[in-house]
Structure formats: C-alpha cells, structure tokens
Design a protein around this ligand. Structure first.
Ligand code: ADP
Ligand code: TRP
Length: 321
C-alpha cells in the first residue's frame, strides 16, 4: 500500500503541521510503503526569495527526519527532484474543469488574505493531484484543510481513467479527527500564512512566549473557564496526552487558576514531549552529508517510480506510441 504526503517549505514547521500531518504520517510508515516529500514547487506560489526557499526546504527535510521518518523504509524527496510531475499535471489540467478549481476554498482563502491571484496559486490543486497520482498513492495523511484538494485528485484520476483507461489509482484522504485543525495563537487554524504559529523547533524562550500569548477570554482567575472554543485545550487535545487534557479540564472547570497557570502547564508538557525530536533534529543537522544521502536515495526511487507510471500515461494518451 502506498502512503504519500507532502509539506510546503513556505516557513518553519509548526505544531499544526506536526500534530495534523507529520506525526500521523510517521505512524503510517509502518503500515505500507511511504513516500513523503517537500513540496518546493508549491511553496513558490508564495515564496520568491531563493535564500528563504533553500532554508525552508532544509528545515522541512530536517523536520521529517527529526519527527521519526525512517530513511531505510520511507522514501523522502524534494518535489523538484522529479520535474516530470509537471507533465502529469498537464495531462490532468486538460481534463480539469475550471469550476472545480474555482470552488477550492484554499484559493479563495488565500485571496481573502491578500495574496495576489496568480495562475500558479489557482492551478495548485492540479499539481497536487499530479503529486499524488504519479506514485500510485492509496492513502494521503493530511490535515482537514487539504481534504478538498485530495478530492480534486480523486476527481481528476476518475476523469483520466474514463477517458484513457484504468491507469491511475484513486487516492483516499486520511484525516485524524482529534488533530484535523489545530488552532493557532489567535484561535484560527494554525498556518504559516496566517502568522499565528507555534514553531516546532523554536528555542525555549520563544516557544514559551508563544504559548503564553495564546488568545483567551477575560474570565477572572477565580471563576470556571469555558471549555468550548478554548485554544489551550484544543492544542492540549492534539498532543494525545489524556493526562494533560484531564488536568487542564479539571483546572478550568474548578476555577481558581488563571489562564497564565494553564498555559504554563501546557508549555511544560509540550516542551518535554518534544524533547526527543529536538534532539534528533540537532543530530541530523550536524550531519548534512547523511541528510544528502537520504535525499539522493529517495529521489532516485521516486524518479524511477514516476518514469514507469508516466510511460503508461504517455502511451494511453497517444503522446507516445
Ligand atoms: P500551512 O497551512 O502552515 O502552510 P501546510 O499547508 O504546509 O501548512 O501543511 C502541511 C500539512 O500540515 C498539511 O497536511 C496540512 O493539512 C497540515 N496542517 C497545517 N496546518 C494545520 C493545522 N493547523 N491543523 C492540522 N493540520 C494542519
Ligand atoms: N498542499 C499541501 C499543503 O499545503 C502540500 C502538498 C502538496 C501535498 N502536494 C501534496 C500534500 C500531495 C499531500 C499530497 O499542505
């Protein structure tokens, strides 16, 4: 079974990425043949500074490795190491109705947040479909915001197969409900493009400062705190640590604890639970040669796979004989 997912190197990886996608993806690698990649072409829809892009790519590679990607088992690659993905994107593009893209929330959302409407931003879901379909993917572990994009990939695979024969596998999004949308500092979805993130690898002081600035209401210290819509509690739930959730819930229900106290508890639990991945990140960071080897091996495999699928696609479409 093929499992595939990607992360855009458009900024530092954050807790939403970790709980929503990276950690579930790391668990999935035991269950099948996993292909995980850095969506660098995608990041170019918003990042146009080459130094920043290079740094972000490196950070995202380190994040996957730090979080437990097993390089002996899982294929790790940069999207741009397989530029053939654009060829598949074209075959899908010619079958893709404009309306399908016009309905995509993430495009409308980006425009509402002030991004310039470019063709790349608009056509992004077609490239994402190609990312998925190029590797016979069955399972796509993602956060909830990506569900619609995986549905576009399913639609396009079906259209292709109806037109040219059963070539493309139909993928399935895999979304873990408890972490489907991790809130950011302002209570909205945590996202690199919204400036409300808690970075996974922020230094201790900055990490604590971020946690202490999570938005709360003005319930006085002595009173019970509302559980609904609490970003503190939602982030705690994402950790999958029932003791932390129970202790925060008790303190909120009983009153007598200020939001500052609750945030300190959340900080302490998060900081400790992330210690092993911070340690692994430093180890990989200190050995760029080993990181390069992992990518080289992964990229060869990804390219081989893509070549054989594209050969079938070219034949089916009439592009090759
Ligand atoms: P961002 O929105 O910060 O740019 P990406 O689009 O690169 O993040 O997302 C990478 C992966 O992390 C995707 O699978 C996405 O669904 C997931 N993800 C991002 N933010 C969150 C969040 N706040 N909660 C849950 N999953 C998230
Ligand atoms: N669009 C995804 C995001 O912003 C990143 C991505 C690109 C992706 N191609 C993919 C995720 C293919 C899963 C599968 O998070």
């Amino acid at each position: 079974m093929r499992i595939l997912t990607g992360i855009q190197p458009s900024g530092a990886p954050h807790l939403g990425n970790y709980f929503g996608m990276i950690r579930p993806a790391i668990e999935w690698q035991r269950k099948g043949e996993a292909f995980y990649f850095i969506a660098d072409y995608h990041a170019m829809t918003t990042v146009h500074d080459p130094e920043v892009l290079r740094d972000n790519i490196n950070e995202s590679v380190l994040a996957f490795l730090a979080c437990g990607l097993d390089p002996d088992k899982t294929v790790l690659f940069r999207q741009s190491a397989v530029p053939e993905v654009h060829e598949l994107a074209w075959y899908l593009s010619v079958l893709c109705p404009m309306g399908l893209l016009e309905r995509c929330h993430s495009y409308k959302d980006k425009l509402a947040r002030g991004f310039k409407p470019s063709h790349g931003l608009f056509a992004y879901p077609v490239l994402m479909a190609a990312d998925i379909l190029l590797y016979d993917t069955e399972i796509v572990p993602v956060g909830k915001d990506q569900k619609q994009h995986v549905e576009v990939a399913r639609d396009l695979a079906q259209k292709f197969n109806e037109q040219f024969g059963e070539i493309l596998k139909i993928p399935q999004p895999e979304i873990r409900e408890s972490v489907a949308t991790v809130p950011g500092l302002d209570g909205q979805k945590m996202s690199k493009s919204y400036g409300n993130t808690i970075d996974l690898f922020a230094p201790e002081k900055a990490f604590r400062k971020k946690i202490m600035s999570i938005v709360t209401d003005s319930t006085p210290v002595e009173e019970p705190k509302p559980l609904q819509d609490s970003a503190i509690l939602a982030i705690a739930r994402a950790t999958d640590d029932p003791e932390l959730v129970a202790s925060l819930t008790d303190k909120m229900k009983s009153g007598g604890f200020g939001y500052g106290d609750l945030k300190k508890d959340l900080f302490a639990a998060l900081w400790e639970s992330l210690e092993p991945i911070r340690k692994r990140r430093s180890e990989w960071e200190a050995d760029p040669g080993a990181v390069g080897d992992v990518l080289q091996k992964g990229e060869e495999k990804a390219r081989d796979y893509a070549d054989s699928l594209l050969a079938r696609v070219r034949k089916a479409t009439g592009i090759s004989s």
